[in-house]
Design a protein around this ligand. Structure first.
Ligand SMILES: [Zn+2]
Length: 396
């Protein structure tokens, strides 16, 4: 009898669930249509815009469409994204090898990467240009207009052994290529482009120093910004060079696949982390304002919960984000509530102790009443290759 009862209950449950699955339901879309918001307070009257100034699509060696790249940036909480496909690497053309045969130089014929070599095989003005390099921007822009996120036109100028350079706010990507790397960069500059020295340690044989070629570009005034962070790399050694030379610090993803794969799937803990971002302090989120802010060096580079920038900007950002308030007292000790009103986690050293100040959270720290102040060093902010911003917080 007991067995029969069990059978009957199981059978009823099965019938019930079969019936519910038989119906067609409109399900809510869920997380994939939800944008993650990354909150910063205004700093000195300026808004902190979250940007990624270095991304790729299928129009060079990326794996996704420009529209996807923009949708992804929107979902990741960004305000602006630059599409910076290589003007030399065109993987889809390599895959169309047969079709491309007439365009291949004789000496490269038959070689594995004949199409995808580091130098364009036929100059654009000799009908060698099969890709309109403005198309990735233009299709991305449509998605940006739909979602309300700014898309910046750009290209990456890439030469083996010479390094990679992003040109942003270009006017016509088809007139930048030149067999000579320097001339290509000059062509971009002639369009008023903002030039970034990408991943400065790209050549692994030249660790922790700039090559002669790079130095010549700096000497000619062709570099405006430098990536202190690129994908999973953090170039701490370059920070002094960037800040002392008054170049604009940037950190970008250089994402080729998806940020979900590159930045999220690899996580082994629950720590809050965002994709690399160049935080731009500007009046409004339009090309003119962001371009001016970049030229003025009003950025903080975000990489893996570390922030790089001038001591002043870092201090202003921290003070706008984190408030110290006396909350209570115990004997001669004050309990100070340290409240973080931003999405950025901070690690501070105060009163000889390291404290983790979680995003949108409050941490209590204990201070001697008679001192009336706290000396704070923000350990995950870098205003030099070996220094953190320090500040004195007066307690009221
Ligand atoms: Zn790149």
């Amino acid at each position: 009898m007991r067995n029969f009862t069990t059978f009957a209950v199981v059978a009823l449950v099965c019938i019930g669930s079969t019936q519910s699955f038989a119906q067609t339901e409109k399900r809510p879309f869920g997380a994939r249509h939800t944008r993650q918001e990354i909150i910063f307070p205004k700093v000195n009257g300026l808004t902190v815009y979250k940007t990624d100034l270095h991304t790729h699509t299928i129009y060079s060696d990326g794996e996704v469409t420009p529209a996807f790249r923009v949708h992804e940036a929107w979902r990741d909480g960004l305000d602006a994204v630059a599409i910076t496909d290589h003007i030399e690497y065109r993987r889809i053309e390599r895959d169309m090898y047969k079709f491309m045969q007439p365009y291949i130089k004789d000496e490269l014929r038959g070689k594995k990467y004949a199409i995808n070599t580091n130098v364009m095989t036929v100059a654009p003005d000799e009908n060698g240009l099969l890709v309109d390099f403005n198309v990735p921007y233009e299709t991305a822009r449509k998605k940006g207009d739909e979602l309300g996120i700014l898309v910046i036109r750009g290209v990456e100028i890439t030469r083996k052994n010479l390094g990679d350079y992003n040109a942003l706010f270009t006017k016509d990507n088809n007139s930048i290529y030149d067999p000579g790397a320097v001339q290509a960069i000059r062509n971009a500059r002639a369009q008023g482009a903002f030039i970034i020295h990408n991943h400065p340690q790209f050549d692994r044989n030249n660790e922790n120093k700039l090559t002669d070629f790079c130095n010549s570009l700096y000497a000619e005034g062709l570099i405006d910004g430098v990536e202190v962070g690129n994908s999973c790399y953090f170039y701490r050694w370059i920070i002094d060079h960037v800040l002392n030379g008054k170049y604009t610090p940037c950190a970008d993803t250089d994402v080729h696949s998806t940020t979900d794969i590159d930045y999220k799937s690899g996580r082994r803990d629950n720590t809050v982390r965002y994709r690399n971002m160049t935080l731009v302090f500007a009046k409004s989120c339009d090309e003119e304002s962001l371009h001016k802010a970049l030229l003025d060096g009003r950025t903080v580079a975000y990489h893996d919960n570390m922030l790089v920038g001038s001591e002043k900007l870092l201090t202003d950002l921290f003070k706008a984000s984190v408030k110290f308030e006396v909350a209570g007292k115990s004997g001669k000790k004050l309990s100070v509530a340290v409240t973080n009103n931003s999405s950025m986690p901070y690690i501070i050293k105060a009163e000889r102790t390291v404290h983790h100040i979680e995003p949108l959270g409050t941490t209590m720290i204990s201070v001697n009443e008679e001192s009336g102040k706290i000396n704070v060093s923000v350990e995950n902010m870098w205003c030099g290759s070996n220094c953190h911003p320090t500040m004195e917080i007066r307690l009221k």
